[in-house]
Structure formats: structure tokens, C-alpha cells
Ligand binder design. Structure first.
Ligand SMILES: Cc1ncc(COP(=O)(O)O)c(C=O)c1O
Length: 406
């Protein structure tokens, strides 16, 4: 038997039939088909409210739409947040449908000239990833006759301790090395660009509040040092994000109240050069992961050499992360449940496998579940972030999943 991660509290408290946003999961599958991603907008709104309650007033919240760019979800999230962060022209177009360009920032290496031009034309802020990109953005602005809004993304000389994905403290395709950042700031200001500040993103999926706070304090100090060096006050310091969610057994939720209290203290003590700056935190998964459930019907239950396999009509082509093949070193089980039997006692050990013809397609490895039969629905939790759009949907030619917001 291998443990599963914790079922998010809203669902863990349920007994009998799983409901999402008050709707019966099995009925949702009957109505919309299987497999099906369901996102509960009220749970996202509750996370936003939790953020606002915990963070010091005046710290903006940006949603990194790479976590889940479904238009129907963006429509619900956009009014709740101060900004949207995008990572491509495709995401930019989705963001512009729900927010003005001035509330959008564009980060990511390898922005093509046409992407830079689209962002400048939209009035979005470009988080510059290199000195070369700075020059191409300035040239694009000149071609368009528009003053570009440019921020300098810094590759910090610090990392987010304990994060699942470190994005600082080393050589990196992301951002301009801290030791060269001030020179690029001076260059874009001298060229007449609208310099918007710094973007400093040190890592992702951190559950340790002390580590997040330590990184935020170090990020503030770095921004102050670079501002002094550049001789310019940054209008905005994007402090990154990195708030994680508990996916696996033993994970505990991030203590955001503690992060907020420490940030309040750090901001109060910030250097004078940042006195008039605004601050933002940029979050993806923390806002949306727990709000999503991947529902998939059982196609077969088979025995093989003493093991039971529950074969579902979904798989890693929709929810790669739950198979352990998206950014994890050791495969561990996401939380899952039999939708009609929430809270029932497990009656044995099964492996839940997808319909792809590869041994990688295992969404639950030797987990304890209540009895489940063909035609019934398995729920895989924490499917709101990096699910449908972060999975190889075209692999083996199965249909795309349906996605709904309730
Ligand atoms: C620049 C940037 N912003 C935001 C995110 C979102 O991270 P998460 O979903 O872990 O909050 C990432 C993740 O890779 C990122 O690289």
C-alpha cells in the first residue's frame, strides 16, 4: 500500500456522493462526458480572499495564467486579481479578453519579435529576460511608435529554499543575472522606455512559510540594491510567488498568515529607495489547483498476478502531473477517491491506470480505495493547475477532455 496526498478540505469533509460546487460529480460526467475537468470558481474566490486577508494591504495579487488559462475560468478570476501574468502571445490574447493590457505582464524566455510587438501594442509590461531581448523590445516599440512598458526580470543570486522548482541562484535562461540587471535598467530608461520595475521569481511550489518569507525579504533587499545601483526608483517590485499546495502524503498547507505577517514586517523595514514602489505577488497553482477535480469513468477492473488494476478512460494525456511525470523526481500519489463513495472505508489495494498504452500511465499506485465498479467515476484531486494544458493531449489520439467551471 502506498499513501495518497491529502484530499483538499472541501472535498475531504464529504461523505456519500462527491459534489463539486454543489453538483453531483457523477451527474456532471453524465451531462458533460468523461473524462471531465471541473473547476469550482467559489474555491478560487476563497483562495483570493485568503490571500487578501493574510497579506499586507497594498500588495497586489497577480494570477499566472499558465496554471490554468481556460477562458471560462479567467472570466471568473480576472475581476478578483490585480494583474495577469502571461507567457506567450496566445496567453496574452486570452488575458486581453478579460483584463486591460496595463494589468498584464509577459514573462518567459524566447519571446519572438511578433510577441514583443503584440505586448507593446496592447500596453502590457514585458518582463525582460536578457539584454538582447531588451534591445529587440526597444526596436519593436520604435517600429510601432509606442513607448514600451518594460520591467527587468532579475535572475536573483538567491533561491527559494525547499521549493519544488528552483528558478534562482544559478545560471538560468530566466531573467538577467543580478550583477547585470542595473545596467539594463539604465539602458532602457536612457532609450526612453517606460521602465516599470523589477520582476524577481526565485522558485515555485514551496510549503515552508519561513523559506518563502526569507526569500521575500532577500528579494526586497536585492530590489533595493539594484535600484540604488541603477539610480532609479522601481514603480513596481514583483516579488515572485512560489506558494505551494499539498499534493502528497506528509505535505502540509503553506501558512499564508505567517507569510503575510513576515512580509508586513519586511515591507515596513524596506530601504528608502523602495518607499514609493508598489509590490506584487504572482501566483498560479496556489489559486487554482485545489479548485479543480479530474473526473474519469472506470472502463475495466482486472486482476493480474495478485494485483487489481482499475482502468479509467482518462490518463496522463490529460493529467500528466498526477502520473508523476511533470516536474517530480520520485513518483508519489495525488489524492483520489471513488466519487460515489466519499468517506467510505477502503476495502483493498488497487492501482488506478489510464487508457494509454504505456506503463507511465498510472494515476494511483497501490492505493487504498473503497470498492469500485465499471462505469463508476474516479475523482483525481488537485487538478485545477497544470492539468489539461500541461499534458500531452495529442499522445495516442484519444479525445480531449471536457472542462467546465461550476
Ligand atoms: C515567472 C513565473 N510566474 C509564475 C509561475 C507560477 O508558478 P506557480 O503555479 O507555482 O505559482 C511560474 C512557474 O513556473 C513562473 O515561472
Amino acid at each position: 500500500m502506498k499513501p495518497m496526498g491529502p484530499i483538499p478540505p472541501t472535498f475531504a469533509a464529504q461523505t456519500g456522493t462527491l459534489t463539486i460546487g454543489g453538483q453531483d460529480a457523477t451527474a456532471l460526467v453524465a451531462a458533460h462526458g468523461s473524462p471531465l475537468f471541473v473547476y469550482d470558481a467559489a474555491l478560487v474566490a476563497a483562495q483570493v480572499a485568503r490571500f487578501r486577508a493574510a497579506m499586507p494591504a497594498g500588495v497586489d495579487l497577480h494570477y499566472a495564467i499558465k496554471a490554468n488559462p481556460l477562458p471560462a475560468l479567467l472570466t471568473r478570476v480576472a475581476p478578483l486579481v490585480d494583474g495577469l501574468d502571461v507567457a506567450s502571445a496566445g496567453e496574452l490574447a486570452r488575458a486581453l479578453a478579460v483584463k486591460p493590457g496595463s494589468a498584464i505582464s509577459f514573462a518567459g524566455p524566447g519571446k519572438r519579435d511578433d510577441e514583443l510587438a503584440a505586448a507593446i501594442a496592447a500596453g502590457a509590461t514585458i518582463n525582460l529576460e536578457s539584454a538582447g531581448e531588451a534591445r529587440r523590445a526597444l526596436a519593436a516599440g520604435e517600429r510601432l511608435g509606442i513607448v514600451p512598458r518594460l520591467a527587468v526580470r532579475v535572475n536573483p543570486d538567491l533561491e527559494l529554499r525547499g521549493s519544488g522548482m528552483k528558478m534562482g541562484g544559478r545560471a538560468s535562461p530566466f531573467g538577467i543575472d543580478a550583477e547585470h540587471a542595473a545596467a539594463v535598467v539604465r539602458e532602457v530608461i536612457a532609450a526612453g522606455a517606460d521602465w516599470c520595475g523589477f520582476h524577481i521569481f526565485a522558485g515555485s511550489q514551496a510549503l515552508d512559510a519561513a523559506a518563502v518569507s526569507e526569500t521575500q525579504a532577500a528579494t526586497l533587499a536585492l530590489a533595493a540594491r539594484l535600484a540604488e545601483e541603477a539610480g532609479a526608483v522601481p514603480p513596481l517590485v514583483n516579488l515572485g510567488g512560489g506558494f505551494g499546495v499539498p499534493y502528497f502524503a506528509g505535505d502540509a498547507p503553506l501558512d499564508v498568515a505567517s507569510v503575510g505577517a513576515a512580509l508586513d514586517t519586511a515591507l515596513a523595514a524596506r530601504a528608502d529607495v523602495l518607499r514609493d514602489s508598489r509590490f506584487a505577488i504572482e501566483l498560479g497553482r496556489w489559486l487554482v489547483a485545489e479548485a479543480g477535480v479530474y473526473l474519469t469513468r472506470v472502463v475495466d477492473v482486472k486482476q493480474s498476478r495478485g494485483e487489481t488494476f482499475v482502468v479509467i478512460d482518462g490518463g496522463l494525456h490529460h493529467q500528466l502531473a498526477a502520473s508523476g511525470n511533470f516536474g517530480t523526481v520520485v513518483r508519489r500519489n495525488y489524492p483520489l477517491a471513488v466519487a460515489p463513495r466519499m468517506g467510505s472505508t477502503a476495502d483493498g489495494e488497487v492501482s488506478v491506470v489510464g487508457c494509454l498504452c504505456t506503463p507511465l500511465d498510472r494515476l494511483g499506485d497501490r492505493v487504498a480505495l473503497p470498492p469500485v465498479g465499471v462505469g463508476e467515476v474516479i475523482a483525481i484531486f488537485l487538478a485545477g493547475a497544470y492539468g489539461a494544458t500541461a499534458s500531452p493531449a495529442a499522445f495516442l489520439g484519444h479525445p480531449a477532455p471536457a472542462e467546465i467551471v461550476v
